[in-house]
Design a protein around this ligand. Structure first.
Ligand code: 7RM
Length: 606
């Protein structure tokens, strides 16, 4: 209705507490990196914390439409921070805490965020991540580029036991592992401790009433040009879409304990850790750690500990755990499990069968959910118990979703077919724009086939009408369920003084699904060595983040190019795989580079 107003924070908290009377229901069981570190938070407690923190943000000058960057570990205060932004109608821009300082800086600048929320440090498995240090580096870079961020709010997380009992997290027993004295530098007038600001804040805060089409958040996703796109979702449509898909795709019931293992820094975490479950008043698990720490049965021990009923993870995690055999799974009961889900990349039938037979003991339907940052929520998915499954197929469209498969000329293909996956009509959760660049939104998704939303994925429809995603058909690759563009990795490589040109292709990997295989042409006067490849890997980690670390870097004195100078990645992919069946290479300007590259292939993982 035109002129009607709403607020998503109100809907996932105030409404659940006051109308649904679920204030005492647990919103999140928090499980820290160490199995002994646990706490829980009810809907009512969350509402109070969110109101307090909204008041803090308001006092710092945050108003409707402002952008707030969030760079935090998987802790309840991350949920508090994002919901406080939503309460004020400010856009949160969450940057995954595995991203580098440079990536954080780029995202802060792109959306001109006026405030950053971060934490001192945290552990992921054995690894200590000094988050404040990275945040400082990012803010320093922002200052150098003429954009000083005026306020940085820091959660004392790693050293939280110093805070005494006033903090809900400190109710958990002290951390067992020795807590290093992470030296934090402090910028007076810019840095503020979360716990100090919250101290003075009132615990009531009127939400900012929003139009359904007001922006809710920005989340960056890799773009094929190399520069990440700020995907913008809006309040009304996104709220409706994640609430509905959560309810039907996971067959939600009030007594469920839901566990989505994704980090909130990705869209899966936004939609199915925070907004979707909370809109339904669900109880969820919020997990800070990783599947292999302290051992490879961690996931199943958490499932038993909280009696998880619905479990949602990525194929890469399944493939990783599969390697260790059935025992770490079967030694735990898993009797509570009812529905299993996957997301992020195509799941190979072998991993699907292991998930179904071993993890789910053949009792639990698997929902293979295909969707994107851009779609807000599930697009192709089975409904558990209702849709007959086929291992590896995301099956059929969700309610109101109209997929089509097009050929290169843009014609819709009927029946059994393979081609471009597109959607013929909009759905409530569709992104509304690329932040600050509406033209890029139009060209990326709507230009190639006018009248359709183009996913960038290839897809096959079988004789029974089932959809099978075949993978990206643009210059994107999917490493452990995370999209990267070849262009962004290439530009990180050529920024190194020794590199004249770089070409990056996707290469199959048994656990990650795909990995990066890089060809680099050196500048005159440099030699290829393991020191150089280590430097290049470090550079990529610093520019993009650890997820973009290449598995292979090969010296390429020349690259196969067309006469017009386009690098032929199709040929490079074959070289990486030592596949001599190159197809048509008549357009290669200098065929001799191909045999040269075959003879210099990387034979080992670096
Ligand atoms: C939710 C998410 C989107 C890309 C997408 C696909 C791939 C995701 C599946 C899948 C096959 C699936 N957002 N993808 N889910 N491929 N089956 N069930 O992952 O923006 O980070 O990635 O991921 O290529 O276009 S995302």
């Amino acid at each position: 209705m035109k002129g009607a107003t709403t607020n998503i924070c109100y809907n996932v908290l105030d409404r659940i507490v006051h109308e649904k009377k679920l204030g005492d229901k647990i919103a999140f069981y928090w499980e820290g990196n160490e199995p002994e570190e646990t706490t829980q938070i009810t809907y009512h407690e969350l509402l109070v914390q969110v109101c307090q923190f909204s008041n803090v943000l308001r006092k710092q000058g945050i108003r409707k439409g402002d952008r707030v960057a969030i760079y935090m570990p998987m802790i309840p205060k991350l949920v508090v921070a994002m919901l406080a932004c939503a309460r004020l109608g400010a856009l949160h821009s969450i940057v995954f805490a595995g991203f580098s300082a440079e990536s954080l800086c780029e995202r802060i600048l792109d959306a001109s965020c006026s405030l950053l929320i971060t934490a001192d440090a945290f552990y992921r498995g054995e690894k200590l991540v000094k988050l404040k240090e990275l945040a400082d580096e990012a803010l320093e870079k922002c200052r150098e580029k003429g954009f000083p961020v005026r306020c940085c709010i820091v959660v004392k997380h790693l050293r939280r036991t110093e805070l005494g009992t006033g903090d809900s997290l400190s109710q958990s027993p002290p951390i067992k592992r020795p807590c290093p004295d992470v030296q934090i530098s402090w910028n007076e007038g810019v840095d503020f401790w979360w716990h100090e600001l919250i101290h003075e804040a009132g615990d009531e805060c009127e939400p900012e009433w929003c139009d359904a089409e007001d922006p809710l958040f920005i989340l960056y996703t890799s773009g094929s040009t190399g520069k990440p796109k700020g995907v913008v979702h809006t309040v009304g449509g996104y709220m409706l879409y994640v609430a509905t898909t959560f309810k039907y795709v996971f067959d939600f019931h009030a007594e469920d304990v839901f566990w989505c293992t994704a980090d909130i820094g990705w869209i899966t975490g936004h939609s199915y850790v925070t907004y979707g479950p909370m809109a339904n008043g669900a109880t969820s698990v919020l997990f800070e750690g990783i599947p292999t720490y302290p051992d490879v049965s961690r996931m199943w021990s958490i499932v038993d500990k909280y009696k998880v009923t619905k479990f949602y993870t990525a194929p890469t995690a399944i493939r990783l755990l599969m390697k260790f055999g059935d025992k770490p799974v079967t030694k735990h009961s898993r009797a509570s499990l009812q529905v299993l889900g996957t997301v992020g990349e195509p799941i190979n039938p072998e991993a699907w069968l292991w998930y179904h037979q071993v993890v789910g003991a053949q009792r639990c339907p698997i929902v293979d959910t295909f969707w994107q940052t851009e779609t807000g929520g599930h697009m192709l998915t089975p409904l558990p118990g209702a849709t007959p499954m086929k291992p590896g197929s995301a099956t059929f469209p969700f309610f109101g979703v109209a997929p089509a498969i097009l050929n290169e000329s843009g014609e819709e293909l009927e029946g059994e077919a393979e081609g471009y996956l597109v959607f013929k009509q909009p759905w409530p959760g569709i992104m509304r724009t690329v932040y600050g660049n509406h033209e890029r939104f139009e060209t990326t998704y709507f230009k190639k086939f006018p009248g359709y939303y183009v996913t960038g994925d290839g897809c096959r429809r079988d004789q029974d009408g089932y959809y099978w995603i075949t993978g990206r058909i643009d210059d994107m690759l999917n490493v452990s369920g995370h999209l990267l563009s070849t262009a962004e990795v290439e530009s990180a490589l050529v920024e190194h003084k020794a590199i004249a040109e770089a070409a990056v292709v996707s290469h199959p990997h048994p656990v990650k699904g795909e990995c990066l295989y890089c060809f680099v042409t050196l500048c005159d006067g440099y030699t290829f060595s393991s020191t150089l490849t280590e430097e290049l890997k470090k550079q990529i980690r610093e520019k993009i983040g650890p997820i973009a670390t290449p598995d292979y870097i090969q010296n390429a004195p020349g690259l196969p190019k067309t006469r017009s100078g386009k690098i032929m990645r199709r040929v490079l992919r074959k070289i990486a795989q030592n596949d001599h069946d190159l197809g048509d290479i008549s357009t290669v300007a200098d065929p001799s580079v191909i045999s040269q590259l075959f003879s210099h292939r990387c034979l080992t993982v670096q």
